[in-house]
Design a protein around this ligand. Sequence first.
Ligand code: BMA
Length: 326
Amino acid sequence: MAVQIVSGSLPNIPWEERPAGCDETVWRFSRNPVVGRYAAKTSHSVLNSAVVPFGEGFAGVFRCDDRSRHMDIHAGRSADGIHWEIEPGPIRFRPESPAVAPSEYKYDPRITPLDGRYYITWCAGYHGPCIGLGYTDDFAEFVQMEHITLPYNRNGVLFPRRIKGTYAMLSRPSDTGHTQFGDIFYSESPDLVHWGRHRFVMAPCGGWQSTKIGAGPVPLETSEGWLLIYHGVLTSCNGFVYSMGAALLDLEEPWKVVARGADYLLAPAETYECVGDTPNVVFPCAMLCDGDTGRLAIYYGGADTVVCLAFSTVDAVVRFVRERRR
Ligand code: BMA
């Protein structure tokens, strides 16, 4: 299979070959975690975070919970995508207009390169969790736009191009707390401010994804559809278990699911995924792709405490979704 990928060359993508004897579709980096819990000066934990290629290297927005346990997002830079320098303080967004309400807290960022700049979405505290939006051109100055959903919503992820002329987003309507439900929805906007034409995409469906699901990294455009990595949650007698899976969405009508993998791609098994502030969490928020080789580097939070890396290829994940489909 040779899936066509709409993604540029990224020869310096972090990479490690699949270990000998491993036949999993996704494999972990041998030097996980790549960002430790104290990587920022005042952090209690550094977790569910987003990265993109930037300049000669990489830039990122990292969720850092501080030692008062306030949740915020910090900028970071890296030459190789593995060793990160994270700013000691949170990003100071300049409001786009005086009417833009600051977020009481920010967590679980995603970064979408779009229209030549970097848009950042996050879960924002504004009378409950909703989706915040901002942008940067240089990872030094950041602008906050209007919140793009009402409370309660989480896991807002922008598509990396307009679809039939409109901006597009996946999100997961929810509630105030440790939500026991959650479907993925699709919404459109002419201007990144006004959102509508909401469409249902997919719901929990049993097993590792039986309680709730939410979009992870920015969807990757391929000849087989938008490749979506997402998280799925199972409720065990010991609480939630967060795993990572994949689906393909129609390129022009992304609320139509082309195929969806029955099995998870990665579930908590290593100590850094099973032990931490929240046990048993694999929470993907970013993915790098090298368009020449199809290599994928997926960044995910481990146990709500650290940031980890896992690898695969576009061909392998697409084959997995198609062959192991529900
Ligand atoms: C979700 C979010 C994530 C977190 C997950 C597991 O509701 O808070 O940031 O990783 O729960 O605790």
